[in-house]
Ligand binder design. Structure first.
Ligand code: SF4
Length: 253
């Protein structure tokens, strides 16, 4: 496979999609461990793309592949832009369309669990995520690219607006059990499950940007783009990359 981090190429993604049909069906069953919910402010929690397992990422890629070409390209470009820019600007999950989710029935575990955790558990998860962002901010600083604290320190507030349907009791134990089972399910994808977690930081936007430009080029483009933006405000590189972005999910099904 050559030097450098192992890459989930579009060919690998296509193979994983065809291998994971049964797993993706099991994923839908596991999602049902969490109760149906209703909320009053449906889109604020979509200000960030949640972390996910590889099995969930493949489900989303399958959804993308099945979209009409114009919509698929719009969403794909949204993901690539999200990856390139999320260190310097706050932008919503690329599946958000107005106040609706384009993949609501297949949305990720992170979306389903938000608003169900206890406040204490939610705050401890948020603290872990803040620590990871702080590590990333320091790495950028070492590269002489200071990031805005407003972006780095942004986190979703604890949500009290989710209503559980059908009077079902939810507690952290139930959510954690569902999360563990989701993780175990995705681990059945073997080696690639860990590659997605370790090399792509469980980030679908990274996977799609890497599919479009190659992993090394996606990371290098992000660095130069963020550096240009922070130092000069220049956005020319972003416009060129958006024009060059291929329809990476076309023909994957
Ligand atoms: S997948 Fe849907 S519900 Fe989840 S963050 Fe994105 S837009 Fe929101």
């Amino acid at each position: 496979m050559g030097e450098g981090p192992v890459e989930i190429t579009p060919e690998v993604t296509a193979d994983l999609l065809s291998q994971s049909l049964a797993l993706r069906q099991e994923l839908r069953d596991l999602y049902r461990l969490l109760p149906e919910t209703r909320c009053r402010r449906r889109s604020l929690c979509c200000s960030l793309l949640p972390e996910m397992t590889l099995c969930e990422a493949l489900t989303a890629v399958g959804q993308l592949a099945a979209m009409a070409p114009v919509v698929r390209m719009e969403v794909t470009i949204g993901f690539i832009r999200y990856f390139l820019m999320n260190s310097v600007e706050l932008s919503s999950c690329p599946f958000l369309h107005g106040k609706d989710c384009r993949i609501y029935e297949e949305r990720f575990f992170g979306c389903r669990a938000y608003g169900l955790w206890s406040r204490a558990r939610y705050e401890s998860e948020a603290a872990r995520s803040r620590q990871a962002k702080e590590v990333s901010r320091r790495q950028w600083e070492q590269l002489r690219v200071p990031l805005s604290r407003q972006v780095v320190e942004f986190h979703l507030p604890y949500c009290t607006h989710v209503e559980v349907m059908g009077g079902v009791e939810v507690n952290d134990g139930l959510i954690l059990e569902a999360r563990d089972r989701l993780e175990a399910l995705s681990r059945r994808l073997g080696f690639w499950h860990e590659v997605f977690r370790a090399n792509y930081f469980a980030d679908l936007s990274f996977l799609l940007a890497s599919s479009a430009f190659g992993l090394h080029q996606a990371v290098a483009s992000k660095f130069y783009l963020v550096r240009d933006l922070v130092k000069t405000g220049g956005r020319g590189r972003l416009a060129r990359l958006m024009e060059e972005a291929p329809d990476v999910c076309a023909g994957l099904l």
